[in-house]
Design a protein around this ligand. Structure first.
Ligand SMILES: [Zn+2]
Length: 350
């Protein structure tokens, strides 16, 4: 009973904390009910199974059983199916609108959201990417005016489409800075598409003044994190949990103050960590790394940012929470004046 009460009040304290998104894919926030509505509207299946012509699962699914998957490859296919459901600029406006409403309700005060336009275009070759980015930006600008909360976007280059597509997507990102784009990211199949393939795309983006972040050390080992830092000059690493296997790499991350964006539930659901007690988050904190906590694809994983902050409190103690939020403010790409005001908002809740 005592434990129950403690857990309840911990949840209330977490709910009251200001929150920062630095590792959240906008498409992965699509509410399941909206996904079902959009797929029904366009007559699309809720699963994507490439190469298996005629074998796509078109049977209607019950709400609550749609966002399910067995492993990381299957998760990527679900992410693709969700992206396919977003077929018009107004769908992106709705996605941004619902994301912002959910985030504000959870106490989010700043966010840098990943978007994957090369995935959108893969499914809808005629889609006007600029109009979609503008639709998202318009919603975010309105939220900024009405709530004083800033959301920006980071364009994911998506490993699976290869090096030349990545360069093309980086060019698109550079052309969309007035629509809230501040950087590029690299997600997708890390095991088959290592960082070295994307050196040109990242060099181009850097030369255009874009920030660079990379998913690494999630589905591949410490070497992938090192390559992301050394070859792509990643300023933050998405996940990076397998850096824990390499002591000199931990020293490098510490020295360069490269933040690790850790999403505990995501790691469990995709199977990259076997059990919650095996999660290396406490070791990474103890090693003095700049750890930040986020929720990756919250609708798909069924765990939102407040759940992930709770997971941190359970894994590393409640005292770790404020430090990780302060880390997120510091590791964000917000202008200095905004960082200082976010810090002030964090302090005001002490
Ligand atoms: Zn991610």
């Amino acid at each position: 009973m005592l434990e129950f009460i403690t857990e309840e009040s911990l949840a209330a304290r977490v709910a009251a904390l200001p929150k920062i998104h630095l590792h959240c894919h906008l498409e992965g926030t699509l509410r399941e009910s909206t996904f079902l509505e959009l797929t029904a509207r366009d007559g699309l299946p809720t699963r994507y199974r490439p190469g298996a012509n005629g074998e796509e699962d078109r049977s209607p699914r019950e709400p609550g059983r749609v966002y399910t998957f067995a492993d990381f490859p299957e998760f990527l296919l679900l992410f693709a199916a969700v992206s396919r459901a977003l077929s018009r600029p107004e769908d992106y406006a709705r996605l941004a609108e619902e994301f912002a409403a959910d985030a504000l309700r959870r106490g989010v005060i700043y966010g840098e959201l990943f978007v994957s336009p090369s995935v959108w275009r893969f499914f809808h070759p005629d889609l006007d990417l600029r109009s979609c980015m503008a639709a998202i930006y318009e919603v975010f600008a309105r939220v900024e005016r009405s709530h004083g909360v800033t959301f920006r976007t980071i364009v994911d280059l998506t490993r699976n489409f290869g090096a030349s597509s990545a360069l093309e997507t980086a060019r698109f990102a550079a052309s969309a800075t007035e629509l809230g784009v501040i950087g590029i990211g690299l997600g997708g199949d890390e095991a088959r598409f290592p960082p070295e393939l994307f050196i040109d795309a990242f060099a181009f983006a850097r030369s255009e003044g874009l920030h660079a972040v990379v998913h690494a050390g999630e589905a591949a080992g410490a070497q992938s994190v090192r390559a992301a830092v050394e070859h792509l000059r990643a300023e933050r690493i998405g996940h990076g949990i397998r850096a824990v296997e390499d002591e000199p790499l931990l020293a490098l991350l510490r020295e360069r103050e490269i933040a690790l964006e850790i999403c505990p539930t995501s790691n469990l659901r995709t199977g990259v960590v076997g059990a919650v007690e095996a999660h290396p988050l406490p070791q990474l904190l103890a090693a003095g790394l700049r750890v930040i906590i986020d929720d990756d694809d919250p609708a798909l994983f069924g765990a939102h940012i407040d759940d992930e902050y709770l997971a941190l409190a359970r894994l590393a103690g409640e005292s770790a929470l404020r430090g990780c939020i302060a880390n997120a403010i510091e590791a964000s790409f917000a202008p200095l004046s905004l960082k200082r005001s976010l810090e002030e908002r964090l302090r005001s809740t002490e």
